[in-house]
Ligand binder design. Structure first.
Ligand SMILES: Cc1cc2nc3c(=O)[nH]c(=O)nc-3n(C[C@H](O)[C@H](O)[C@H](O)COP(=O)(O)OP(=O)(O)OC[C@H]3O[C@@H](n4cnc5c(N)ncnc54)[C@H](O)[C@@H]3O)c2cc1C
Length: 298
């Protein structure tokens, strides 16, 4: 292992995407992955001639103007990955009702369907999705924010400041939504693998809003996306090193300047991107770490 410009910890879809975008800019990237297999939760599995995307399966942001499509287009990978629209997105059988709940892949349709089933809560449903939309817009705007992070934050991001500590359950309760309606609005909370009273409202709202232009599957399995990104990184001169777990971050005056692997090897870099659940390696003293959002809890 030698020095590099950017070290990415974790070869999930987040880490691979950031590594590919950096490599395209001529940044010398090294991706460290603790598992033998790349992709994190982006994994396809084959059995008896059938393919299963066992975690990430329905993607948002793959429509004409979607973020996933934009990134693939920027990397000239669009011809390698084809998307299939899922409509309806899913059908749920909840025990409180004899009929199935058909979830649309498109937010607007989903909204009309909920209002059709719970007409007396039309205003509350509208308020709920309005707040989801504002949280999503504010979260996206953070990337371009150059104001004072302490004194400018609440003024520029009022809804994030107000709702950042809310769980989905607290928010629904404050809106006065009945339990059957809560369950249906939050059907996608299962992606986050947390109960509503532990799931962050901001995390869930952004998950939900990312399906504004439909739910999509990758033709041939989500593993194709992983393969396209990892090949691209290598073609651009980047390195992906599997079976290499980062044990701790190396700090110098509060700045992260490298990592130590489980085998005791040290690797330094100018920038470090933490793209895996780093709870076991963070000390809380890091000042310059870029952390990709993996965890949707508070
Ligand atoms: C069951 C399930 C179903 C889901 N369904 C959907 C869905 O349908 N649609 C959707 O959009 N999302 C879905 N998600 C969420 C989606 O899978 C995640 O948001 C996404 O995969 C996160 O990607 P990531 O790269 O941020 O993290 P991960 O996929 O978690 O990747 C992190 C990587 O970092 C590695 N790593 C961690 N720690 C270290 C370390 N110390 N050193 C080296 N490597 C390390 C891990 O091994 C892993 O490969 C689902 C999640 C689950 C669990």
């Amino acid at each position: 292992m030698g020095d590099c410009d950017a070290l990415i910890i974790g070869a999930g879809l987040g880490g691979l995407t950031s590594a590919a975008l950096l490599a395209q800019q001529g940044v010398r990237v090294v991706v460290l992955e603790k598992n033998q297999r790349l992709g994190g939760y982006g994994v396809s599995y084959y059995s008896h001639g059938h393919r299963f995307d066992i975690a990430t399966q329905a993607l948002g942001g793959c429509g004409e103007k979607g973020i996933v499509r934009q990134i693939l287009s920027r990397l000239s990978l669009l011809d390698q990955v084809k998307f299939l629209a899922c409509e309806p997105a899913r059908v749920y059988y909840f025990t409180d009702s004899g009929k199935p709940f058909i979830q649309s892949g498109f937010l607007k349709k989903q909204w009309y369907r909920l209002v059709g089933e719970f007409p007396e809560y039309k205003n509350e449903i509208k308020t709920c999705y309005d707040i989801f939309a504002r949280l999503f817009a504010e979260l996206k705007a953070i990337a371009g924010f150059s104001g004072d992070p302490v004194f400018g934050f609440a003024g520029n991001f009022p809804d994030l400041a107000r709702y950042s500590r809310f769980t989905v359950r607290e928010f629904f309760t404050q809106l006065g939504l009945p339990l059957p309606l809560q369950i249906r609005i939050a059907a996608r909370a299962e992606y986050c693998l947390l109960p509503l009273d532990r799931l962050s409202l901001v995390g869930f709202a952004c998950t939900e809003m990312s399906y504004g232009d439909g739910a999509w599957m990758v033709s041939g399995g989500v593993g194709k996306l992983v393969k396209a990104l990892s090949c691209y990184i290598k073609e651009q001169g980047g390195r992906i090193i599997p079976e290499t777990r980062v044990r701790r971050l190396l700090l110098e005056n509060g700045r992260v300047n490298g990592v130590e692997t489980a085998e005791g090897k040290r690797l330094t870099a100018q920038d470090i991107v933490l793209a895996g659940d780093g709870r076991d390696i963070l000390s809380g003293r890091e000042r310059n770490l870029i952390v990709l959002p993996v965890n949707t809890t508070n």
